[in-house]
Ligand binder design. Structure first.
Ligand code: NAP
Length: 296
């Protein structure tokens, strides 16, 4: 039984945010305040909470933040018209349209309308292509970038490591696999991507030096799927009912933390692991975008 390192995502996010705060101060002194526009269509409570958290964090570090909360009946044409206005606005360096939009809106069309140079979420096909090409000039989605930062900041070597990414979504699994296999620090891993059609999932996961779970299945990863001494990164955020808590529910990850942790060299908790990194990397991407627009 090991005493695992608990990777403190809150502390690493705070450090990253402090770096962004300093960068914002320097950019402001040169006459340019990094600006982020977040667009929300509809009133999904979780999305509203995310959008407000992003707005608050931007303001905390001195960034310019604009929040557009549109009714659920907003047409795709009107939404794209707003995106185009933000594309042309020199005070805005990052644009994020909160996912998922209402069903009548084609999310891909909206993402494609964002200027790729302002696509700080990294979902535009140009940025997805750049990541696949190993071109560092694009934007990488914030959650995968946050996972990579957690590994680097925790001194966990990815070079030559066998990494298994559990999940193949465009938001987490696929870009994370590309990021970790690309050349350079925080990369150079030997990556396997597993999903719901993977055969012998248990033994595939057990082959990992670093196992990253991003499937949205509460406490799915059990000790029999984890090699002794592995590093486990839990991206999952799942709400399960729990009558012993005041609200009747609590958050758990995709990993059965209490059972798995004793086998690990290092592991992220939920909450307080990957979660705080997503907004931190969004701020960092917006700062990077502002620098590029200013050519500094
Ligand atoms: P998603 O789009 O639903 O994708 C889930 C992936 O997991 C799919 O590739 C699916 O396989 C795979 N999968 C599902 N059940 C599986 C099983 N039993 N065995 C093997 N693979 C399975 O989810 P997502 O958007 O990537 O999110 C994943 C989790 O991360 C969720 O809990 C979400 O809340 C969380 N998340 C957290 C953050 C953060 O800031 N920390 C950000 C984004 C997401 P198929 O492709 O074969 O269907």
């Amino acid at each position: 039984m090991l005493l695992p390192m608990i990777i403190d995502g809150k502390a690493i996010a705070q450090k990253t945010n402090e770096e962004s705060r300093q960068a914002v101060a320097e950019l402001r002194a040169r006459g340019c305040t990094p600006g982020l526009a977040v667009v929300l269509v509809g009133e999904d409570p979780a999305s509203m909470a995310y959008v407000r958290a992003k707005d608050r964090k931007c303001q905390e570090i001195g960034m310019h933040s604009v929040k557009h909360e549109l009714p659920a009946t907003t047409s795709q044409t009107d939404l794209i018209a707003l995106v185009q206005k933000l594309n042309a606005n020199p005070a805005i360096h990052g644009i994020l349209v909160q996912s998922p939009p209402p069903a009548h809106i084609d999310e891909r069309a909206v993402i494609a309308a964002i200027d790729p140079r302002k696509d700080v979420d990294g979902f535009h096909p140009i940025n997805v292509g750049k990541l696949a090409l190993g071109d560092n000039d694009g934007f990488v989605p914030c959650t995968p970038l946050g996972c990579q930062r957690l590994l680097v900041e925790s001194g966990i070597e990815t070079k030559g490591a066998n990494v298994v990414v559990l999940g193949r979504s465009m938001i987490v699994g696929k870009p994370l696999a590309l990021l970790l296999m690309n050349k350079g620090p925080g990369g150079d891993a030997t990556v396997t991507v597993a999903h719901s059609r993977t055969r012998n999932l248990e033994s595939v996961c057990r082959s990992a030096d670093i196992l990253i779970a991003a499937i949205g299945q509460p406490e799915f990863v059990k000790p029999n799927m984890v090699r002794e001494g592995a590093v486990v990164i839990d991206v999952g955020i799942n709400r399960i009912s729990d009558s012993t808590t005041r609200g009747g529910s609590r958050l758990v990850g995709d990993v059965a933390f209490d059972e798995v942790a004793p086998k690990c060299r290092a592991i992220t908790p939920v909450p307080g692991g990957v979660g705080p990194m997503t907004i931190a990397m969004l701020l960092a991407n917006t700062v990077a975008s502002c620098r590029r627009w200013m050519c500094v």
